[in-house]
Design a protein around this ligand. Structure first.
Ligand code: 13P
Length: 283
């Protein structure tokens, strides 16, 4: 379908006080569920592949499948590469016409992070592709990030320096959220988020969506978040459904009959997140 760019989509979200939801997929089935949910809710949506998935299936295969779904969708669907620490993988995603690519240099020095983002921006921008960088650190221990130390909080001056020297388009900020399930309630530094938002006029991303209470996601949106990333709960919902069906039937059914209930379960979870992000009826 004819659609506005992801940057226009994020700007609209900023003006109208909601967030564009981003969901990580593992294969074509959860991809399908994410798109179906977005269509039913009339929400824009971001289909996000992590390098673990794009490497395993092949960037071209993933790109072709996601592109076909986006082209046929009745709602705006955007392709995103999530948390690549590898510049070449970002470039490969650009070749597959992703809308956005994320280069994550957050564990490196600020200088090295800047150098990495700059490199990807120089490749992506002439091709009409937008770049997400990260400053501060997202905590957690998943394929997206391994960081469990205390020094995660974004410094406003570092965020400004990264954006000004690289021309990154979108920024992920370390404000206390973590990838994976939380142990206890996440402690989010909303004050720092608001300060970064005040200093920079570009879309900010809340990573580590799974397990953040709805009221905190909404508060983050009020304080400058325009994109909310959700991953772990998608995988968990997918595999729980598969496990439940197999427990009931044994591995004697057609694979499709195993996947349909999983798609339905994921679709419900995605719809719930679309409501949390308030992006329903914003397509
Ligand atoms: P969760 O897996 O914690 O939902 O985080 C997803 C994410 O931030 C992907 O970038």
């Amino acid at each position: 379908m004819e659609k506005i760019t992801i940057m226009e989509q994020l700007k609209r979200a900023d003006e109208e006080h909601y967030a564009v939801p981003h969901f990580n997929y593992s294969d074509i089935w959860d991809m399908t569920a994410i798109v179906k949910a977005a269509e039913e809710m009339h929400s824009p949506v971001i289909l996000a592949g992590v390098p673990k998935v794009t490497n395993a299936l092949g960037m071209e295969v993933v790109g072709a499948a996601a592109r076909a779904m986006a082209e046929n969708a009745r709602t705006p669907v955007y392709l995103h590469l999530d948390h690549s620490t590898d510049i070449q993988i970002c470039k490969d995603a650009c070749e597959e016409n992703f809308s956005t690519v994320m280069i994550d240099g957050s564990k490196e020095s600020l200088e090295k992070n800047i150098e990495m983002v700059k490199d990807v921006v120089e490749y992506a921008h002439p091709r009409g592709i937008f770049v997400e960088g990260e400053i501060g650190k997202i905590k957690g221990n998943t394929e997206e990030s391994q960081y469990t130390e205390g020094d995660f909080l974004v410094q406003v001056k570092d965020a400004v320096q990264l954006v000004e020297s690289t021309h990154a388009d979108i920024l992920a900020v370390g404000i206390g959220t973590a990838h994976g399930f939380y142990k206890g309630k996440p402690e989010i530094n909303f004050q720092r988020l608001a300060e970064v938002n005040e200093a920079l006029k570009l879309p900010l991303v809340l990573h580590g969506g799974t397990g953040i209470p709805e009221e905190d996601v909404r508060k983050a949106i009020r304080n400058g978040i325009n994109k909310v990333n959700v991953g772990t709960i998608i995988k968990y919902t997918y595999l729980s459904s598969v496990q439940e069906t197999l427990n009931r039937t044994g591995p004697t059914i057609h694979t499709i009959d195993l996947m349909f209930p999983a798609v339905e379960a994921i679709k419900e979870e995605v719809k719930r997140w679309i409501k949390v992000c308030m992006s329903d009826n914003k397509a």
